[in-house]
Ligand binder design. Structure first.
Ligand code: MN
Length: 332
């Protein structure tokens, strides 16, 4: 009987006092010296054991007695919480992410899907790095620079002050998203080795960025597109959208310029490996039509045919293309 009372009392005390901590410091996924020479051992140790621990402690204090909430939910509802919760909650979230997007493995690379998205938004990986470094150098005082996935599923570069991050509802709407990569630009992240040379720290950190982890986060946020395994149809779609919509508005310059490209892409499509889920004889027949009709369209363009004839043929090709897409969407 006495034992039961003691156990009950212990449980009561532990759930209602700071002894019970909702948030804890995550273990480092590698040794403190593993990122040398890009980031030195002493910096990593102090950064994790003291700075990050202080954010964890501060967050537990700030939320004491307010029940359980996940870190992600806290970020999304930050406006309802204290500045102490904002600074320390951000600090805990940001650093937990930071450790995982660094790795002792030198020069990992983005996955093909992430690289494609980077190229689509920034031209190249180098341009993205340059843009993020500029944002980091432009951050006055302490803060972070982020690569995030925005609500439109597109990549986005931003910088936040202090321990804010793009998940927080206190951040301007246009800068909100889910971070896939965060770089700490507080002096405590680099001062021991680099002193005031933030640019040098930024130059070196890219060698230890964990692109495998960043890619994993990106791919879990951006579901695979239906035609991602069939680039030939995406390429055909590009030339169709570059020409058809202008033609609808009476501008035939794009199709007059690109009719040969359209033939080439139709031929490439007809020779491409059709993903098994779309591999049907109706699809193959429609692609054969696309090749045949795109050649006729190119003939019309070469003969400098009337606008109306070219537009009619292009419209027919557009219909065939959509027939293919439709066939690929049918249940089977
Ligand atoms: Mn930090």
């Amino acid at each position: 009987m006495k034992l039961r009372i003691i156990l009950f009392a212990l449980a009561f005390i532990s759930f209602n006092s700071p002894l019970w901590a909702q948030f804890t410091l995550p273990a480092m996924p590698y040794a403190y010296d593993a990122l040398e020479p890009a980031i030195d051992s002493m910096t990593m140790r102090i950064h994790h054991q003291r700075h990050h621990q202080a954010y964890v402690n501060g967050l537990n204090e700030a939320l004491a007695g307010q029940g359980n909430i996940s870190l992600e939910e806290l970020m999304k509802n930050m406006s309802k919480y204290s500045d102490k919760a904002r600074n320390n909650g951000g600090g805990h979230y940001n650093h937990s992410l930071f450790w995982t997007v660094l790795t002792p493995v030198q020069n990992t690379q983005p996955s093909p899907r992430l690289l494609q998205a980077i190229q689509a938004s920034y031209g190249s990986l180098d341009s993205l790095k340059k843009l993020m470094n500029q944002a980091a150098l432009g951050r006055f005082g302490s803060g972070w620079v982020w690569l995030s996935v925005g609500e439109n599923k597109k990549l986005m570069v931003s910088s936040t002050p202090n321990q804010d991050n793009p998940l927080m509802d206190v951040v301007p709407q246009a800068q909100r998203g889910t971070p896939v990569l965060g770089i700490d630009v507080w002096e405590h992240a680099y001062y021991l080795k680099y002193q005031n040379k933030r640019g040098e720290y930024l130059g070196n950190i890219w060698s230890v960025i964990n692109w495998n982890e960043v890619s994993k986060r990106y791919e879990s946020l951006v579901p695979k597109g239906k035609f991602d395994d069939w680039p030939a149809i995406k390429e055909f779609h590009k030339v169709m959208s570059e020409t058809f919509h202008s033609a609808e508005e009476g501008n035939l310059d794009p199709i007059r310029k690109l009719s040969k490209v359209m033939v080439e892409r139709a031929v490439t499509l007809s020779k491409s490996v059709i993903p098994s889920e779309f591999d049907k004889k109706e699809v193959k027949a429609a692609i054969a039509d696309l090749v045949k009709e795109s050649k006729k369209l190119d003939d019309l363009v070469q003969k400098k045919a009337k606008d109306a004839d070219i537009t009619a043929k292009l419209t027919q090709l557009h219909d065939i293309f959509h027939k293919i897409v439709g066939l690929c969407s049918e249940e089977h």
